[in-house]
Design a protein around this ligand. Structure first.
Ligand SMILES: [Zn+2]
Ligand SMILES: [Zn+2]
Length: 230
């Protein structure tokens, strides 16, 4: 039986990364570029030995989630897990900017995102390629699982813990200037899959949503966006 979990949120630029501690520590995402000292300071402040971090789950492979992957792997020795639908992008250094799916999203892609996108990327080898729809975290000492939740990107995955905490990457957003309140992604590569994926996140028992961009919020805040599900 895995131990109960505790959580630490570290904001690196516009991207949150989450440390989930059970019997070992699983890290969700690799952050935005340029803030590695903040990551190290946060570990030190919370008395976390980097070697306790054994697994890095990439919710997806967009550049604002892989910014410090190289440094984090070097520091921790952790393995990288990515979904099969995006393992090729990671290993071939293919940078994708998702298209805007709202007027505001479209505008931001043409302006803000364009300016922030780094000019160079790093190729990574994924140690674990998630092939199916579910992956248990029991072997990593965490009471929870990873589920495939395509929509924002084809290989988007979400971590849902037994206690209802759900780390959904960019399948929800809750930060200015992306959104003024919690809601669906404003950029997406396969928007037609978003609703079905949210159905899966809810079925997995999600109660509190932890987006990569912005503060966490209760699932009820998404009622307006998920009329078919509620
Ligand atoms: Zn993204
Ligand atoms: Zn993102």
């Amino acid at each position: 039986m895995a131990a109960s979990t505790s959580l630490l949120t570290i904001s690196l630029g516009i991207t949150n990364i989450y440390l989930i501690r059970g019997e070992s520590i699983v890290l969700v995402d690799g952050g935005d570029k340029g803030k590695f000292t903040s990551f190290c300071k946060a570990l030190e402040k919370n008395s976390i030995d980097p070697k306790e971090i054994n697994l890095i789950v990439l919710t997806h492979t967009h550049w604002d989630h892989t910014g410090h992957l190289a440094e984090i792997v070097k520091l921790t020795g952790a393995k990288i897990l990515v979904h099969a639908e995006e393992s090729e992008r990671l290993s071939q250094d293919i940078a994708v900017t998702p298209p805007g799916i709202t007027g505001w999203g479209w505008f931001l892609v043409k302006t803000l995102l364009k300016g922030r996108m780094p000019s160079e990327f790093t190729k990574y080898h994924a140690d674990i390629v998630m092939e199916g729809e579910d992956y248990s975290l029991a072997d990593w000492g965490i009471e929870g699982k990873i589920i495939h939740t395509p929509g924002h990107s084809p290989g988007s995955i979400s971590v849902v813990l037994e206690d209802g905490a759900a780390f959904v990457g960019d399948m929800a957003m809750n930060i200015f200037p992306l959104r003024l309140s919690p809601g669906m992604p404003i950029f997406a590569e396969c928007p037609e899959k978003i609703t079905a994926s949210w159905d899966r996140i809810l079925s997995a028992g999600a109660k509190q949503i932890y987006p990569a961009h912005g503060k966490n919020f209760p699932i009820e805040k998404l009622k307006r966006d998920l009329p078919k599900i509620y």
